[in-house]
Ligand binder design. Structure first.
Ligand code: VGL
Ligand code: ZN
Length: 185
């Protein structure tokens, strides 16, 4: 895919971490395939000097989203474990900014915009368009894209660069995003 970025664009790579890939603690089927699809886009963005934001799920052991703590997910992306690292082949660009989320003890944060201040940073940088890929389509990618729309950014989903937890909710997520104004590319 060839994206011609503009100076007021941002690229967000959502949660491309070891635990969300095959062999990880909350594996998404073929989740690792997004890396080879997104790396050339990251290179293009880097070449054009666009800011590239990498979100990471970074949970304390006591996180409320874990089944062992009454939540719905297997324990995953625990702070400072191997599973919380970015996929080893993911290109980390020169212009990269890391957005850490999921660190709170009182609630989960699926969206990279949820209580991170990211929208404020984007407004300061005069970001107008936001391109999004990563994991998982039906959870954190969806919520990030919907928050991006809510914050007034022209929002694009890089469809080939994302994978769902389940096929069915992935389809639903695409529909919901489209209905709310996300452009699927
Ligand atoms: C995610 C489930 C739990 C995600 C994070 O990044 O999509 N999914 N925590
Ligand atoms: Zn999580």
């Amino acid at each position: 895919m060839d994206i011609r970025f503009e100076p007021t664009d941002a690229l967000i790579l959502v949660d491309i971490q070891v635990d969300f890939c095959p062999g990880g603690k909350l594996p998404i089927e073929r989740g690792d395939e997004v890396v080879s699809i997104l790396n050339p886009i990251i290179e293009q963005a880097e070449k054009q000097g666009i800011y590239i934001f990498y979100s990471r799920d970074f949970h304390p052991r006591l996180h409320p989203s874990f089944k062992e703590n009454g939540g719905i997910w297997p324990t995953h992306c625990v702070q400072d474990t191997e599973g919380a690292r970015f996929h080893p082949e993911l290109k980390i660009a020169k212009n990269s900014v890391i957005v850490t989320k999921g660190t709170r003890f009182d609630k989960d944060q699926y969206s990279a915009f949820d209580d991170t201040g990211l929208a404020v940073a984007f407004k300061k940088l005069d970001i107008k368009r936001v391109f999004i890929g990563g994991l998982a389509l039906d959870v954190c990618v969806k919520e990030t894209a919907l928050d991006s729309i809510k914050n007034g950014f022209h929002t694009f989903l890089i469809k080939q660069g994302t994978r769902p937890v389940t096929e069915k909710s992935g389809e639903q997520a695409l529909l919901e995003m489209k209905n709310k104004g996300v452009v699927i590319i």
